[in-house]
Design a protein around this ligand. Structure first.
Ligand SMILES: NC(=O)CC[C@H](N)C(=O)O
Length: 363
């Protein structure tokens, strides 16, 4: 295995050895604390353009299987691990993490002190970095990273280009794809929904023409403020059909209702984030992956009510509209990877749909 470097914008560098694609790539370096789930993490499109450090010390040991992808075409820019297993062992495994990343053009970097790197990110905040060949001009790379901007307009890169239909016998849900995890689709299919997946820039008029019983706003990468067309669309369908937002979908719904969002220092990424439901005090252990948050104080001047709070840092984890059928959560009810504590939110959405009368189909 070839020696490779991770160079960070603050001038730090870490020497390790490459696996996956033999390529150089830059991205925002973030960390995920999940003990399992590397396949779901690397294929979660919300990580588009990011280099993900996995804090669990041995990665790749159960291989890659056919079923656990969250998207067919991963969009991460690199995976950093302490120890990589090149010969996986699991009855579901079909190939190794190394061969998957090689085929998908994603560089991996092993042999890194991921604990040290994670501590740095926690103190400094998310940093820009580059996985490089060992003999690069380090100063030049640092300069380039420092002068580069935070990633912009990520959603258009990963959203579906055309709508598609997954027929079902139950309620019709229009699922707006901002970089949707397959787990969300499965959550709806399990509930017999008739799902139409649509691109991120669909208009409100086009959505209402599809005769939705409800609209689900998916997760997705980047800054929610980069998707003004989505915010406008949500403002126009609000009150006309029930809305459920997940992660980026939650941030977009909140912005559409007049709240504001901001960037967290190092984000929430892992499979064991405790969330408290404000009305009951119940704690759910949740899967999370976000770098932005809805500003708590900004809810005061809106018609939104705080429903869920992060136990670790008190940030907003869920809201609902006080008068209209719309709610959203910052975490992942579909889990993948992670605990299923919050899966009941799909049922809450179905209940909300059942309480509303169906919109007439405008054709
Ligand atoms: N998983 C998501 O949808 C993430 C939302 C947004 N891109 C963030 O980082 O906060």
């Amino acid at each position: 295995m070839k020696e490779k470097l991770l160079i960070l914008e603050n001038g730090d560098s870490y020497k390790g050895y490459g696996f996956g694609a033999d390529l150089e790539m830059s991205g925002e370096v973030v960390f995920n604390t999940g003990m399992t789930g590397y396949q779901e993490i690397l294929s979660d499109l919300s990580y588009c353009g990011q280099i993900v450090t996995l804090t669990y010390p041995l990665i790749g040991n159960y291989g890659i299987n056919r079923d656990d992808f969250e998207s067919i075409t991963p969009a991460i820019h690199g995976l950093i691990v302490k120890e990589i297993e090149l010969e996986p062992s699991h009855w579901r495994s079909e190939e190794s993490l190394h061969t998957l990343l090689e085929a998908k053009g994603i560089p991996g970097l092993a042999g890194i002190d991921t604990r040290k790197l994670t501590r740095l990110i926690r103190e400094h905040g998310t940093l820009k970095g580059r996985i490089c060949d060992i003999n690069v001009d380090k100063e030049k790379v640092v300069k380039l990273l420092k002068n580069s901007e935070w990633m912009k307009d990520q959603v258009s890169k990963v959203s579906t280009k055309d709508p598609y239909h997954i027929p079902g016998k139950g309620k019709r849900v229009v699922l707006v794809d901002y970089g949707m995890k397959h787990g969300i689709l499965h959550g709806l299919i399990e509930r017999q929904c008739d799902v139409i997946v649509v691109p991120y820039n669909i208009s409100a008029e086009e959505i209402m023409r599809l005769g939705p019983d409800g609209v689900l706003l998916s997760n997705g990468p980047g800054n929610p403020e980069d998707v003004p067309e989505a915010i406008e669309m949500i403002q126009q369908i609000l009150g006309k059909t029930p809305i459920f937002g997940i992660c980026l979908g939650h941030q977009l719904l909140s912005l559409a209702c007049g709240a504001t969002t901001s960037r967290l220092r190092f984000g929430h990424r892992g499979s064991n984030h405790p969330v408290r439901e404000v009305s009951t005090g119940q704690i759910d252990i949740t899967a999370q992956n976000h770098g932005y948050t809805v500003d708590l104080e900004s809810l005061q001047s809106t018609e939104l009510e705080l429903t869920h709070v992060a136990v670790n840092d008190g940030t907003v984890e869920g809201i609902k509209h006080k008068n209209l059928p719309a709610f959203s959560v910052q975490y992942h009810p579909e889990a993948s990877p992670g605990p299923h504590d919050a899966n009941h939110l799909f049922d809450r959405f179905m209940k909300m749909i059942n309480e509303q009368t169906k919109q007439p189909l405008h054709v």
